[in-house]
Design a protein around this ligand. Structure first.
Ligand code: SAH
Length: 218
């Protein structure tokens, strides 16, 4: 192995070790995170930090989430191999790529057309054919494809958006950061049971806000 390849392998090992240390213990999630190279979803100077457990800037003033948070959210969502999943907040596409390894079909939407275009290119390059990325205001979900078995929101909402709850299948699970933007938010898991909606508070997180309408480049 060349010195560079050696160094990359070492960093990837450390990356997986950090995930385990922070509580990502689900083997399927760890396997997906080992397979999907985070570096592919970063750009420019930030690519050098792809295997560090920190959020990084991407285009349109947004961020690719911290890997341990991606792992913990994926674990909390419990996606199964037959599930149809909706992600709100495509961003870099990294989270959607992880979900694509664990679910049957992934729909991911972002309000920024440029982010959707870049992420779609990466999905194509990596041959992740079960992901569809669309430009849309995800607070309204994706009525054409509803209902979903799992919904993951990767931007903070003041409350779990009603249209998303309505698009959750019975037995379905939604994970969403809830709280005012610019403060610490709570990661909430909502399960639709026969009796109605069940809410659990999982941990504190910090996400960019869910914003109404499409991005300004339109
Ligand atoms: N999951 C991403 C990180 C998400 S950052 C990743 O793996 O890289 C949050 C994203 O939510 C941003 O890209 C932002 O544009 C998007 N967003 C914010 N409000 C939105 C809305 N109403 N509908 C769709 N996307 C939204």
């Amino acid at each position: 192995m060349s010195e560079d390849a050696d160094e990359t392998a070492r960093r990837k090992m450390q990356f997986l070790f950090a995930l385990r240390t922070k509580g990502v213990t689900d083997t399927r999630v760890l396997t997906a995170m080992e397979k999907i190279d985070r570096r592919q979803f970063t750009r420019g100077v930030f690519a050098a930090r792809a295997y560090e457990d920190m959020p990084l800037p991407i285009a349109c003033g947004q961020t690719i989430s911290q890997p341990s948070v991606v792992g913990l959210m994926t674990q909390a969502l419990k996606p199964g191999p037959r599930d149809k999943v909706l992600e709100v907040g495509t961003g870099s596409g990294y989270q959607a790529a992880i979900l694509s390894q664990l679910a049957r079909r992934v729909y991911t939407v972002d309000r920024h057309r440029a982010l959707v275009a870049t992420a779609s290119d990466i999905f194509r390059r990596l041959d992740l054919t079960n992901i569809t990325a669309l430009t849309a205001d995800g607070s309204f979900g994706l009525p054409d494809q509803a209902p979903f078995d799992r919904i993951l929101v990767t931007a903070a909402a003041e409350d779990p958006p009603g249209p998303l709850l309505a698009q959750l299948r019975k037995g379905g699970i939604m994970v969403v950061p809830v709280g005012q933007s610019d403060t610490v938010q709570s990661l909430i898991r909502v399960t639709r049971t026969d009796e109605g909606l069940e809410y659990e508070e999982l941990r504190s997180v910090r996400f960019v806000p869910l914003v109404e309408g499409l991005g300004r480049e339109h």
